[in-house]
Write a protein that binds this ligand. Structure first.
Ligand code: PMP
Length: 420
């Protein structure tokens, strides 16, 4: 039976899908990949705060830094003013992330959320180029504010805007028409054709792997081709790495393997290290055309975010998380292919890479049913895709091997109960 507080939630929540409806319990504690509820039930977390908890719940190293900072009366809120915490973060971000990858970006704090990073990217691209249109892709997800929603290819979510959304043109993402049709040929042709009706764009914005859109992955070749088209037509390339960044796919940035150099990169979610709200917009120095005060916001300078983010970078570096992600991703890939082979009538495909992989169900309702059955067995697992047809496995990158194995066993039992 439900706790009274859930009845309160139910009364307050609108009809929009929400996690509190799917996971009907009251959580009290969390540690790395475990969550516990008020009754003491343990859940293995394959959701990881929608990608905000790559370094685990209550990562002890980050927690210690936060507690120390608070006990030392560190500045918590400073807007745009310089603080030591901000300085440390910028220096370490440069040394640990940008410099070794030969990347040169100016770092901007656009506000607390991923959506803020996307909005600032759209604005700067429009300001730099003096153009309005932005090309984005089928099944893209970029956020819920009006600019980012205009770039989001989900009609259900777009309807929520309540106003006409504009300034974007949607074109087919990689493999939208299946593996044989190269959609960059279409992109190139439409951009060259004065009769296509596509206004010359300020930017092309993309996710390298669409997290909310159903784990559709662009190939390295497709990404390089899109980059080449951007260069040829003087269009800025924006990579939204809000969900795939910070190590989710194995490398720190999801575009590293493809070797592309976006003009603008959006980061959020796990950059805050501890589930704290924080976002970054990385801008090639030549595109930094902001005037002071042109893009502001009260919560741009969250110093607890800086402290947590700095230690998260150290954690990333010293624990060699990349290697651990690769090993664990193989375990998940093997497991998912075994499940797909066991239930070929129900499971159409295995998708994703790194520690974001999933099962595509032929009957979309089975993905939600799996989420429910998994929850009953102590696993938090969400769905994604235009019809919520993909069950998405996205544990913290730090999940212990034995916890991962136990989580997969529970998912297998849930699948067995549904399909066996
Ligand atoms: N871009 C991508 C790729 C995302 O996955 C998300 C969040 N799911 C956002 C932007 C928006 O981030 P936020 O929810 O923090 O506004």
């Amino acid at each position: 039976s439900l706790m009274p507080v859930l009845d309160v939630f139910d009364k307050m929540e609108s009809e929009v899908r929400s996690y509190c409806r799917s996971f009907k319990t009251v959580f009290t504690k969390a540690s790395n990949a475990w969550l516990w509820d008020r009754s003491g039930n343990g859940y293995i977390d394959f959701f990881a705060g929608a990608g905000a908890l790559n370094y685990g719940h209550n990562n002890p190293r980050i927690r210690t830094k936060l507690i120390d900072y608070l006990l030392q009366d560190g500045v918590t809120h400073s807007l745009d003013m310089a603080t030591e915490a901000k300085e440390s973060f910028l220096l370490r971000f440069h040394d640990i992330i940008l410099k070794p990858r030969g990347l040169e970006y100016k770092v901007m704090f656009p506000g607390p959320t991923g959506t803020n990073a996307v909005e600032s990217a759209l604005k700067i691209a429009r300001k730099v180029t003096g153009r309005t249109n932005v090309i984005c892709f089928t099944n893209a997800f970029h956020g819920m504010s009006l600019g980012s929603l205009a770039a989001t290819g989900n009609s259900f979510k777009r309807k929520g805007a309540g106003v006409a959304l504009g300034g974007t043109t949607f074109l087919p993402y990689d493999k939208y028409f299946g593996p044989l049709i190269d959609t960059t040929v279409m992109l190139e042709r439409l951009l060259q054709d004065p009769g296509s009706g596509i206004d010359h764009p300020a930017a092309i914005m993309l996710e390298t792997l669409q997290g909310e859109g159903g784990l559709n992955e662009a190939s390295a070749k497709w990404l390089r081709q899109v980059e080449a088209i951007c260069r040829e037509h003087a269009i800025l390339l924006i990579v939204d790495d809000v969900q795939m960044g910070c190590g989710r796919t194995g490398t720190f940035f999801s575009f590293e393997e493809a070797g592309i150099r976006p003009d603008i990169v959006c980061l959020s979610k796990s950059i805050g290290g501890y589930g704290l709200p924080m976002a970054l917009t990385l801008i090639k120095p030549e595109h930094d055309v902001w005037n002071p005060g042109e893009h502001n916001g009260t919560f741009r300078g969250n110093n607890l975010g800086f402290v947590a983010a700095t230690e998260a970078l150290e954690f990333w570096r010293t624990t060699e998380l990349e290697r651990a992600v690769t090993a664990k991703s193989h375990t998940i890939t093997r497991f998912l292919h075994r499940m797909a082979a066991a239930y070929p009538k129900a499971i159409a495909e295995v998708r994703g890479k790194g520690l974001i992989q999933g099962l595509v169900f032929r009957d979309a309702s089975q993905a939600s049913a799996l989420s429910k059955a998994a929850f009953e067995r102590g696993v938090i697992l969400e769905t994604s895709g235009p019809r919520d047809e993909v069950a998405k496995l996205m544990p913290p990158l730090t999940i212990e091997e034995d916890v991962l194995a136990k989580g997969l066993e529970r998912i297998e039992a849930a699948l067995q109960s549904l399909l066996g």
